[in-house]
Ligand binder design. Structure first.
Ligand code: SF4
Length: 182
């Protein structure tokens, strides 16, 4: 039987604890039965990457009925080998927090309140603003503008980053950054 590191650790922990207790004369059958009914035993398991910094630590996410119910460091991941720092460990809150913003918010010039708008409206507003700012600040000599910046995130993959960079360069944007360095 070939075991992945994560499975090995689970098995070693369970059998080690079971052996130690049975050697002390405890009846371990109820414990073994209970360990098969953990809250994640019938959850779907996915791997993901922490989005908070450029270390790129691996995570294992357990999902039940479309909801994330558990998140932990991925013991099979080459970078973090199961560990997560305090920021990474709190990523569980990102999808589950009741303070999570789920729609774009717009604050009109002069207004002191935010209004919810659709994604289509948001994309249109951003596109129009980029065009307006670029036209106003274009430097003919340098063929670029210093008035716009692009920022990527730790969960953008290589292909997405390639496309972001292409688009930024095509627009003449020189300030191209990554969220993890900010
Ligand atoms: S878990 Fe911590 S160290 Fe790892 S990527 Fe996330 S923020 Fe960075």
């Amino acid at each position: 039987m070939k075991l992945k590191r994560r499975e090995f650790l689970k098995l070693a922990g369970a059998t080690g604890a079971g052996l130690a207790l049975s050697q002390l004369g405890f009846n371990v059958q109820p414990i073994e039965a209970a360990s098969n009914v953990t809250r994640i035993h019938d959850a779907e398991e996915y791997t993901s990457i922490c989005n908070f910094c450029s270390c790129g630590c691996g995570m294992v996410c357990h999902v039940k009925k479309g909801k994330l119910i558990n998140l932990e460091g991925d013991a099979d991941h080459i970078i973090n080998e199961g560990a997560l720092c305090s920021k990474g460990a709190t990523m569980y809150e990102v999808p589950n927090s009741d303070q999570r913003v789920k729609t774009p918010l717009y604050r009109a010039p002069g207004s002191n309140s935010w209004e919810e708008i659709s994604w289509d409206e948001a994309v249109e507003k951003v596109a129009k603003k980029i065009k307006e700012v670029r036209d106003e600040t274009w430097d003919d000599e340098l063929h670029s503008t210093d008035a716009l910046g692009f920022i990527g995130g730790a969960q953008n993959n290589n292909e997405e980053c390639y496309l972001f960079t292409k688009m930024a360069r095509a627009l003449g944007v020189t300030f191209l950054e990554h969220q993890a360095r900010v």
